[in-house]
Structures are given as structure tokens and as C-alpha cells.
Design a protein around this ligand. Structure first.
Ligand code: NAP
Length: 497
């Protein structure tokens, strides 16, 4: 039996009970309560900030050489690996995700810490090309205090994607996880503590976004907020950041198109489209939620897709053959059902799903069937708004120009999938689509060494990749005189004096 983290927050390196409003973490497979926590209040957040300021300025951290700082990241990676089963279990309890998926997320989080340790050790500063009588250098320094605000859908992975590069860069980090999934971040705190990171450099502050989240955004000592979450929240946060002139990175929502051309490998496209939308029960920013199928294959492709969708295994997160687990929360299931109801009111035809599954095993959980809608115009709300659930809308297209226009006619610009055997066509279409990531004949593949981020309403900034660490640093230029002579502009005046 794996024990869940206790009712204590990690405030500047100390385990303390929060003094903010209560947060309840539930197991969405049966509605049972995992933990009731006292969240972080503003006073708890201020204490964490004070401790972080001291720890970040301490020469014991500030003067570490890159390879010395990297050791902490490797130790955290080792700790995550050693506790991977525990992390997976806690995250499945918190979010309802399958153990298969949360196990992979734990492995990816360990890889992220290891990668940024390696990037830190191998990053070079630059001696810039000399254009005068000075030695010119460009160097990078930590920003100071960084706040990381994360959503509930893949907590350990999105936490690691922010915490690892921010620590590697020499900052202190205050992590605020989503209120629906506070537990796995507290487990990460236990691992960070065991790795020996100096006290105060890392805090985990679950609590209300409007209270503790807002404090982190508005506080004058926070030098950057790295945010992943909904577009509305991100936009409000960016406005506050603008007032402070504080840099923010925003990883926001999506309504990503997947495009199947008539020349595609149909089996490969069918499997990829299903995985793209229904894995993680559709609760993925990059979910391929709008499917465009070229008209000559539309009817046959949709028929096969619907049949395959009905065969997907909806089930308990702890069963190894489950493909579609419950949604994160009952409230979220109601949101998803509301989107489907709205789409049907707009005239969409329901081809699969559209309700909770029937059967005693589903009765207590926040389950929702994989759902397919069609015969609706690209201007309908269901084609434009993010559902963040297992809901796919299908549209036909005539040719390259038509699909590019339809795919781009959307506020979001996060990802895109293209299914074709014609490489030049995939290149042309991929270049023309507004998206931060394009997948060709595959979907939802990730590598920590490849940058990730969105365009338009999907956000700004990039995470991951070698440059990921620089996003948490401030660049400084040095000019050191090599001439040894007084400046000619004032030399005569100086000489005469
Ligand atoms: P959300 O409601 O925007 O919340 C995200 C985080 O922001 C939570 O920790 C939330 O705290 C906090 N928050 C809420 N209001 C705040 C405020 N006024 N000031 C500061 N922080 C505040 O999003 P969500 O429902 O958790 O997550 C789903 C969304 O995340 C989807 O739109 C999805 O597409 C997006 N997402 C994007 C990516 C990406 O990489 N592009 C990845 C994953 C998810 P509370 O939980 O306490 O409200």
C-alpha cells in the first residue's frame, strides 16, 4: 500500500501546515477522498519568498560552479527514478490517469532533471567577436526567484519542465501546483529535500490560484513566472506581469488540427488520430481535437475511426489494459458534457460516445466515453473552443489550400498532425500551419532536447531544449578595455589638467 503525502506544505525548506483554504484531492475513479490539505495562504507564500531570497543570495548556492550545481539535479533525477512507482501511484490517485501513463511521466521527469544537469555542465559563455579595443563577452546569470505555476493534467512532467531548468540556472523556485492535483508536487518536494538541495531554494505551495498564485505573480521579489494552464488565466497573468515588467512564459491551451490526406497509410493514420485525441482521456493541451480528412477517403475513414473508437477500453486507471481512464474531476466531466450538448444544439451529428459509459464499474467515477462529432461547420463553437476532454470533431477538406485555411482559422496555435506518404507535401503544409509543433505520421512524440511551446492564444516562450535553461537567466555583456589608453574623447582635457 503506497502512502500519500501528509497534510504539510514545503515552505522554504520546512514542512509546515498551510494556513490557507482547504483543498480536497479526490480519486476520480470512485470519488473517494485522497487527502484534505490546508493550502498555502498569502502569509505562507510570503514566508517562502523570504526564505527563498536568503537561500538564493547565499554564496553556498550562488558561488557553486555549474558542475557542482548539476550534482543536485542528478541526485533529484536519481530520487525520482528510485521512487517512480510511488510517484506514478500518487499521480494516478490525484488525476485518475492510468498507471501506464503516470509511470511514463515519472520517467520523463527524471530525464528532464538529468538533461538540464547535463546542459548546465556543457553550456558555454561566449567571447563575442571583437569590434573595438575591448574584450567583449556575453554571460548569463540567474534571475533570482522564479515562480512555477502548473495545471493538473500532467503534474510531475510539467513541474519538472520548469523546476529543473530554473534550478539549473541558479534560481530559487516556488512551485504552485493545481488545486485538483496537489499531491505529486509534495512528493517531488520530499525527493528534492532528500537530494540535499540547500533549504529555502525550493517550495511547494498548493493553494488557491486566485490567492497564492496571484501573490506569486504580483510580488516584487518574483523575477519570472513560468505558467502552464488555460489561456484565460494566462492572459490575465500576463497583464499583471506587464505592469511589473516581469518576463513570463506561457504554455496555454490548444485546439490542434490533425490532417489525413488521401495518400496516407490509413492504418497508421487511424491509430495516430485515436492516440492523439483519446489518450490521457483527451486532457492534453496538444490533443488532436480537430480532424480534417481529405474528401475522397472521408466516408470510409470516418467509418473505421468510429468503429475503432467504440473498441477502446474505458476503465480503471490501475488496470493494465485501460486506454481511456476517468476525467480528473466530476466538475470537469460536467464541463465536457456541456461542450458536447452545446455542439449537438449547434447541429453536430454524434457518431460515438456522448455520455458516461454504462455499467456498475463506472457508476462512481468521473468517466466519459470517447466521443466523435461531425457535420458541423468550422465556425461552430465545438471547432473553436478547447474541450480538454475525449471529444473529437471531424471535418472534410478538398485540397492543401483548403485544409491550411481551415486549420489556421482558429485562435490557438499549439500543435498539428499530418498524415501523408508525400514528404514534400507534409513539409509545405507543416510550414504553413500556425503551430509550435508539427508531427508527421506520428503524434504526441516528445523529446526533452526539442523545444516546445505555442503560437497565438496557445502562449509565448519555449520550454525544453538546450536554450530552456537560458529562459531562466538574465544575459549580461562585458566590455574590458585592451588599449590601456585614456579615451580619445577626453584625452586632451585630461592630459592638460
Ligand atoms: P488553469 O485553470 O488556468 O490553472 C492553471 C494553474 O493556474 C493552476 O495551478 C491554477 O490554480 C492557477 N491559477 C488559477 N488562477 C490563477 C490566478 N489568478 N493567478 C495565478 N495562478 C492562477 O488551467 P487548468 O484547468 O489547471 O489546466 C488546463 C489548461 O492547461 C488547459 O487549457 C490546457 O490546454 C492547459 N495546458 C497547457 C499546456 C501547454 O504546455 N501548452 C500543458 C498542459 C495544460 P488552481 O488550480 O488553484 O485554480
Amino acid at each position: 500500500m503506497i502512502e500519500l503525502p501528509q497534510n504539510k506544505l514545503f515552505i522554504g525548506g520546512e514542512w509546515e501546515e498551510g494556513t490557507g483554504a482547504e483543498i480536497t484531492s479526490i480519486f476520480p475513479a470512485d470519488g473517494s477522498v485522497n487527502r484534505v490539505l490546508c493550502g498555502a495562504s498569502v502569509a505562507d507564500g510570503e514566508r517562502a519568498i523570504e526564505r527563498a531570497l536568503r537561500a538564493q543570495a547565499d554564496p553556498a548556492w550562488r558561488n557553486l560552479k555549474p558542475h557542482e550545481r548539476a550534482r543536485f539535479l542528478y541526485a533529484i533525477a536519481d530520487g525520482i527514478e528510485a521512487n517512480a512507482k510511488r510517484i506514478a501511484h500518487i499521480q494516478s490517485r490525484d488525476t485518475g490517469k492510468t498507471l501506464r501513463e503516470t509511470g511514463a511521466l515519472a520517467a520523463s521527469a527524471a530525464g528532464t532533471f538529468r538533461y538540464f544537469g547535463a546542459v548546465l555542465e556543457t553550456s558555454d559563455e561566449v567571447l563575442t567577436t571583437q569590434r573595438g579595443d575591448a574584450l567583449t563577452m556575453s554571460v548569463h546569470e540567474p534571475l533570482g526567484l522564479v515562480a512555477a505555476i502548473t495545471p493538473w493534467n500532467s503534474p510531475i512532467a510539467s513541474d519538472a519542465q520548469k523546476v529543473a531548468p530554473a534550478l539549473a540556472a541558479g534560481n530559487a523556485v516556488l512551485l504552485k501546483p493545481a488545486s485538483w492535483s496537489p499531491l505529486v508536487a509534495l512528493e517531488l518536494a520530499r525527493i528534492v529535500e532528500a537530494a540535499g538541495l540547500p533549504k529555502g531554494l525550493f517550495s511547494v505551495l498548493p493553494g488557491s490560484g486566485r490567492e497564492i498564485g496571484n501573490l506569486l505573480v504580483e510580488h516584487p521579489d518574483i523575477a519570472k513566472v513560468s505558467f502552464t494552464g488555460g489561456t484565460e488565466t494566462g492572459r490575465a497573468l500576463a497583464l499583471k506581469a506587464a505592469k511589473k515588467l516581469m518576463p513570463v512564459s506561457l504554455e496555454l491551451g490548444g485546439k490542434s488540427p490533425t490532417i489525413v490526406f488521401a495518400d496516407a497509410d490509413i492504418e497508421q493514420a487511424l491509430a495516430g488520430v485515436l492516440f492523439g485525441i483519446f489518450s490521457s482521456t483527451g486532457q492534453s493541451c496538444i490533443a488532436g481535437a480537430r480532424l480534417f480528412v481529405e474528401r475522397p477517403i472521408y466516408t470510409k475513414f470516418v467509418e473505421r475511426l468510429v468503429a475503432a473508437t467504440r473498441r477502446l477500453k474505458v476503465g480503471h486507471p490501475f488496470e493494465s489494459d485501460t486506454q481511456v481512464a476517468p476525467l480528473v474531476h466530476f466538475e470537469h466531466r460536467d464541463n465536457v458534457a456541456e461542450h458536447v450538448r452545446g455542439a449537438r444544439e449547434e447541429g453536430a451529428e454524434l457518431l460515438a460516445g456522448g455520455s458516461a459509459p454504462e455499467g456498475a464499474e463506472y457508476e462512481k467515477g468521473a468517466y466519459y466515453l470517447p466521443t466523435i462529432l461531425a457535420r458541423v461547420d468550422n465556425s461552430a463553437r465545438i471547432c473553436r473552443e478547447e474541450v480538454f476532454g475525449p471529444v473529437l470533431v471531424i471535418l472534410p477538406f478538398d485540397d492543401e489550400a483548403d485544409v491550411i485555411a481551415q486549420a489556421n482559422d482558429n485562435d490557438y496555435g499549439l500543435a498539428c498532425g499530418i498524415w501523408t506518404r508525400d514528404f514534400p507535401k507534409s513539409w509545405r503544409v507543416g510550414k504553413a500551419i500556425h503551430a509550435g509543433t508539427v508531427w508527421v505520421n506520428t503524434y504526441k512524440q516528445f523529446s526533452i532536447s526539442t523545444p516546445f511551446g505555442g503560437e497565438k492564444a496557445s502562449g509565448m516562450g519555449r520550454e525544453k531544449g538546450r536554450d530552456g535553461i537560458r529562459a531562466y537567466m538574465s544575459q549580461k555583456s562585458f566590455y574590458t578595455d585592451l588599449s590601456g589608453a585614456p579615451h580619445p574623447w577626453a584625452a586632451a582635457a585630461v592630459h592638460a589638467s
